[in-house]
Design a protein around this ligand. Structure first.
Ligand code: ZN
Length: 65
């Protein structure tokens, strides 16, 4: 039988892991923070995380504003 925790985990959206990885990097990386404000490009790691985030979001969710 499923525990409450397992049910809750199953309900998490598939893009959440990519979203969290991107947000975690973006919060800590001055290069990506500046890029997010329109100053320059994301670093290589941040760009890769951004692509994974954008692709997973486009594939699974229709919450785009
Ligand atoms: Zn970065």
């Amino acid at each position: 039988m499923l525990s409450k925790h397992a049910l809750k985990a199953a309900a998490v959206s598939p893009w959440l892991a990519e979203d969290q990885a991107y947000q975690r990097h973006h919060m800590a990386c001055p290069v990506c923070i500046a890029a997010g404000k329109g100053h320059g490009q994301r670093c290589a790691e941040g760009a890769a995380l951004w692509v994974a985030y954008a692709e997973s979001e486009a594939a699974g969710v229709s919450h785009a504003a």
